[in-house]
Write a protein that binds this ligand. Sequence first.
Ligand code: C2O
Ligand code: CU
Ligand code: CU
Length: 498
Amino acid sequence: MNRRELLKYGALGLASSYGLSRLPAFAQSPFPQPRTLEVLRADGVVEAQITARQSNLTLSGKPARLMTYGGFPGPTLRLREGETVRLNFTNNLPEATNLHLHGLHVPPSVDDPLALVQPGESRLYEFTVPKGSAGTYWYHPHVHGRVAPQLYAGLAGLLVVEGPLDALPELKGAEEHLLVLKDWLFSGNRIPAWTHMDWMNGREGNLLTVNAAVRPTLRAQKATLRLRLLNASNARYYRLALENHPLYLIATDGGFLEKPVELPELLLAPGERAEVLVRLSRPGNYRLQALPYDRGAMMMHGGMMGDQGMGMMDHGMMDHGSRGGMGDTGMMGSMMGMGATRLETLLTIVAPASPKPLPPARLRWPPSNGSEPARATATRRFELGERMMQAEFFINGQMFDPARVDVRAQLGSLEVWELVNKTDMDHPFHLHTYPFQVLSRGGKPAPYRAWKDTVNLRKNEVVRIAVPLRDFSGVTVYHCHIVEHEDRGMMGILQVKG
Ligand code: C2O
Ligand code: CU
Ligand code: CU
């Protein structure tokens, strides 16, 4: 047996111990495309309706009681740059929710994460799709304290913005696929209640899906594929690699790069999107895999967490991060393992019989999105901290308070934010309303320029970002996109004044 087979059988063993052995892991389920939301489009105005509801779906051959926007993933909202959108959202859930347009540069008064839509009520989201924003975005709920259960239950959908760059021959000629990556945990047909451990780590599940399908097979008709990827998981990281093929990154959260970047693998943290080109040059079957990744999630080691250990933690001796404590000692590590995920196959791509990829695209830095970060007017520091045993999370030592403005800034200014992770696990830092660029990571300049709204911070890492506070004033938020951490305090309020 070679290493790959060993891994495969190892994974099988684990799968059966989770009761997953009869899942159609080897059945050739075809690759499902998320459906597109039907819209009314006239004179540059788009009208659409999205409804959140409880849904009984079949997931991996079994019944699943979920909350969705009418199936999972929710219907893809396809928009064009410059269009005016009137999106009506109706809440048919038995609990309050709302709709967040993750990554879209629209006024915070429209995309207001603090405004709730009560059961049976509707809210109209009216906005203009910014020029230069062509890219892959998504929508999901944003009710502080309930984001984790609502997102996990299936409330997520893609929002795709099309623009002039999509007409480039390689992009136009490519076969486009949307890939929503999400894991699930079920007990019977239901999603079980959150444990303390789930709030600490962010919940992961043992059932991995692409567009709700387990290891589907994508039979490519063309040799150049354009994959729009979304990590819609609460907490799972995907370190993506395609067998025998590099990935050509063409767009990140906020749209296109200046030129394609060839990558052997791509890390997608919760909330992040990426668009990659795959250039198939030989026939064959190639697996898109999630390689092992250790995000510092804590796993109890049997027997090592006795009463004594718990007692110590209750007394805050094991706090770390901005609250101080013993986090930097090896103590936590000796009592708990920092577990990496296993190698998983997400999808198999079957190349066409005699594939001929298109000539590589020459991208352009999108003009209206592309004003370069010039001179910063303010520098701020955001320190991520945690009290793990209490599952409490902090930014600059404070848990989220909707009545407190954490940062006051001036419209039109360009700020440099220094993001500092003082904890022992990864946190994907996300800012609403204002796309940013990563300047440096651990003191090293970013390898390429890209528009982002979510950036991962490894433990003890420092990332500097340039944030142009353009176009809209108002009150918006930044937070960790491991949504359990957001629910448990890792969020702050930014007020931009005109
Ligand atoms: Cu995708 Cu504030 O979130
Ligand atoms: Cu967001
Ligand atoms: Cu976090």
